[in-house]
Design a binder for this molecule. Structure first.
Ligand SMILES: Nc1ncnc2c1ncn2[C@@H]1O[C@H](COP(=O)(O)OP(=O)(O)OP(=O)(O)O)[C@@H](O)[C@H]1O
Length: 361
């Protein structure tokens, strides 16, 4: 985020941060020609302690790729990444230590669990590997505590069961218990509720919210579903074509979006008054047009070809990052110029500000 304006949020400990992060892959287009796939293309992202930040956007916008950088699966092509104040490169040198701080929760809790093992083994193994308790009875006791922590009670009932004995929501709770076994600071949750029945989605969302409130955990949640993001997150990052096009406090973004793409997502979401974790995918519903071709280098806004407000400037020139006057929101859309509550901090008309291109800096 731009440094020109600070906000109250800035006083909290930053646990994950990227500056101008790019993750590009070598790939082929539909004609078999070699191309560069710009999965993440200049992302500034921040997550604070005790905060839930949602990353929303349609399929292929780069959400998972961004999370995979934090999960040490992909290396950045360019840009800075810091994790708990340490550059990612340094933090990643000791993977075991890294994964004690940063834990992952996946869409399909089953995929990461050995169905032939009992819950005590599945969770206890992590406790043992990371030496989070002594041996034998101490490990079992710790597993019971962890199951209690995710409301799988009475723990004695669940501890000897197999994953196949559990419902989808209970399995996801076991996955969360296993993640908590190492007492992490950060949880990366990639579509954690999308495979769950509507009736139990809220259960898992509420659990994540309790972990933030009671344990001060920082959670990055990746979701197609803006309704889930709205229900759970403190802040929303809207991603489109490898870029974050709008970011800020959830309620402000949802009630008063700047970017037409954000507006499109919200318009397609179910009415929150009726929201019971229905799983309606707002983004999928809205993306009837062709997906973004992220192999094409674009100067301007990637949404321009779908945007009813686009003018030539949107395509031909870099879009400035507009910031709200209270410093708490940013949007990459020229429509921000029409609003009294946003400024372009690099506007040469502002006192003390000088405008530079990235190449000049
Ligand atoms: N390992 C890879 N090699 C080549 N291209 C990749 C690789 N991983 C992702 N991509 C491409 O990068 C772009 C972003 O993919 P990504 O999975 O991050 O999107 P997403 O928003 O998470 O989508 P989804 O919600 O469907 O998972 C897509 O065009 C995808 O095809």
């Amino acid at each position: 985020m731009t440094d020109v304006i600070s906000s109250a949020r800035d006083t909290r400990e930053v646990v994950l941060q990227t500056k101008n992060l790019k993750v590009h892959f070598d790939g082929e287009n539909s004609e078999g020609k070699k191309v560069k796939i710009r999965a993440v293309d200049g992302v500034d992202f921040t997550l604070h302690k005790g905060e839930i930040v949602a990353l929303v956007g349609e399929s292929g916008c780069g959400k998972t790729t961004l999370a995979r950088v934090f999960s040490l699966i992909y290396k950045p092509t360019y840009g800075d990444v810091t994790v708990l104040g340490q550059p990612l490169k340094e933090a990643a040198r000791n993977e075991r230590k890294y994964y004690r701080k940063v834990q992952l929760i996946f869409q399909d809790p089953f995929a990461s669990m050995n169905s032939l093992k009992r819950i005590v083994h599945i969770v206890g193994r992590v406790v043992q590997i990371h030496k989070m308790a002594g041996r034998g009875a101490a490990v079992r006791k710790r597993v019971e505590e962890l199951l209690g922590h995710v409301n799988l009670v009475p723990a004695e009932k669940f501890i000897n069961q197999f994953p196949t004995d559990l419902s989808g929501g209970q399995k996801q709770r076991v996955a969360i218990a296993r993640a908590l076994a190492v007492e992490p600071s950060i949880i990366l949750a990639d579509e954690p509720t999308s495979m769950l029945d509507a009736s139990i989605r809220l259960e898992v969302l509420n659990l994540l919210s309790d972990l933030r409130d009671n344990d001060g955990l920082a959670v990055l949640i990746i979701t197609h579903d803006i309704a889930s993001a709205r229900y759970l997150s403190d802040r929303i990052n809207v991603m489109y074509g490898g870029r974050i096009i709008e970011e800020g406090p959830t309620e402000k973004i949802v009630s008063d979006p700047v970017h037409p793409y954000t507006e499109l997502l919200i318009g397609a979401a179910p009415d929150p008054a009726h929201y019971k974790g229905s799983g309606h995918s707002a983004v999928q519903a809205s993306s009837t047009n062709a997906p973004v071709d992220n192999s094409i280098k674009m100067v301007g806004c990637r949404f321009a070809n779908r945007c009813p407000h686009a003018i030539s400037r949107c395509v031909d020139a870099p879009i400035p990052e507009y910031v709200s006057k209270d410093g708490d929101r940013r949007a990459m859309c020229i429509l921000a110029e029409k609003r009294d509550d946003f400024i372009n901090p690099n506007d040469p008309a502002l006192p003390g500000a000088t405008s530079y291109t990235e190449e000049q800096l």
